[in-house]
Design a protein around this ligand. Structure first.
Ligand SMILES: [Zn+2]
Length: 90
């Protein structure tokens, strides 16, 4: 008896978007090697849905970077406010 190949191609053949979805976030994080990154990039050029997903993820990532940075070199806001209030007391 000989080994038989699956009669159906793997599901990701039917739906390349499903295959690329997890890669898009890895792509954003720079975690893919050159070959994988090129494949994802090529898909993004060809697929509006994944390009939109990529754009959303990129915006979220940028927002997280922006807002995750608290003002540095200062005391916590609460402490500054309490001090400011204390100064105004008679
Ligand atoms: Zn796609």
């Amino acid at each position: 008896m000989t080994a038989r190949l699956p009669t159906r191609p793997p599901p990701e053949w039917d739906d390349p978007c499903r295959r690329y979805a997890p890669d898009i976030s890895a792509f954003l994080d720079g975690e893919l090697d050159d070959g994988e990154a090129a494949a994802v990039w090529a898909h993004l050029q060809a697929c509006a849905a994944c390009a939109a997903t990529y754009e959303d993820m990129r915006r979220i990532q940028q927002a997280v970077r922006t807002y995750a940075v608290f003002p540095t070199g200062g005391k916590p806001l609460r402490e500054r406010v309490m001090k400011a209030l204390a100064r105004e007391e008679p």
